[in-house]
Design a protein around this ligand. Structure first.
Ligand SMILES: [Zn+2]
Length: 322
């Protein structure tokens, strides 16, 4: 087990101002750009942010982001990491960061905070946050996962997991996912930034509750490169849940593709209501199709239809004799 107490970017090997980017030069670059991909009003603020971002270069790459979009200005899959200075060379309006070592929890809906709270995950835990100045209800919480932690995951990564168990929480840990971290939001109103105390130098390794969630998600991933992608579907809260009866702190949801995510809480859960369940068990017309410590997933149970009509025995024998 990795040491969860060893935190902060100070513990990152070869950290602090990778020689690749010179913050003073970056300040000059930023001041000459049409858009401002590094957030800050005064020169000192921009310089500080550039210094902080540059610290990520030892294990992260930067991506330049188009004005008015959320997409990178270049293909990056399988490509080497760009330094901060290289990314700024594209004259982007915003910047994103990617790394095989960054675990991201993306709190995208109010329900994601309930989900976190129920699992003992502290969404105010002091590590790096990437937020938006125009929206403080959505943010990304980022953790540093050293290689010895990655070794505990079957694929050493977690693919982009959207709306995990209908919670509204997105989770990923992959060099092929990127996180918008600085500059203009696509709609041009807000800007990405990290609050004081939750800035890049505050980057920490994940506390146990967070890492347990990562392990749970990773163990649900097949150990293969050709995994079918599961796209996000809309889900709505059930009041009460038709499986467990939950009618407070509404947490169980029904997706528009007919799945029911019944969450395992301490007061309500499918097994508290119906006893021990195994995959395939049918509860009130819904079959249990997936089990995890967090949630039991049910699907409307359709009894198997017979595809070949059974003919009377005599007729079949008669046919066989022909
Ligand atoms: Zn339920």
């Amino acid at each position: 087990m990795a040491d969860f107490n060893k935190a902060t970017i100070g513990a990152v090997p070869n950290p602090i101002l990778a020689e690749k980017s010179d913050p003073l030069h970056i300040l000059q670059m930023v001041k000459n750009l049409k858009h401002q991909p590094i957030t800050g009003v005064t020169d000192d603020e921009i310089l500080l942010r550039a210094r902080n971002l540059a610290q990520l270069e030892s294990f992260c790459g930067f991506l330049p982001i188009w004005k008015g979009k959320k997409s990178p200005m270049l293909k990056y899959g399988g490509e080497p990491h760009l330094s901060l200075q290289e990314a700024l060379g594209f004259k982007p309006a915003a910047l994103a960061v990617r790394s095989p070592n960054l675990l991201t929890l993306d709190y995208d809906k109010e329900s994601s905070f309930d989900f976190a709270a129920e699992r003992g995950i502290d969404f105010t835990f002091p590590t790096t946050h990437f937020r938006r100045t125009d929206n403080d209800e959505r943010f990304k919480q980022v953790f540093y996962c050293p290689d010895e932690l990655l070794a505990e995951l079957p694929n050493r990564s977690i693919k982009r997991t959207i709306n995990y168990c209908g919670s509204g929480l997105d989770v990923f840990l992959s060099n092929s996912c990127y996180i918008l971290c600085d500059g203009e939001h696509e709609k041009g109103k807000g800007r990405y930034y990290s609050p004081s105390g939750l800035d890049i130098p505050d980057l920490a390794t994940p506390p146990k509750e967070v890492w347990d969630l990562a392990l749970e998600i990773a163990q649900g991933e097949p150990k293969s490169r050709t995994r079918k992608r599961y796209y996000n579907t809309k889900s709505r809260k059930m009041n009460p849940c038709i499986i467990c009866g939950r009618d407070e702190r509404l947490w169980c949801s029904e997706s528009d593709n007919g799945l029911i995510f019944c969450m395992n809480g301490s007061t309500f859960s499918s097994e508290l209501k119906h006893g021990t369940l195994n995959i395939g068990d049918v509860v009130d017309g819904y079959a249990l199709v997936k089990q995890s410590p967090t949630c039991n997933t049910f699907k409307f149970h359709e009894p198997k239809k017979r595809h070949t009509p059974i003919r009377p025995l005599k007729r079949r024998k008669a046919l066989a004799r022909r």
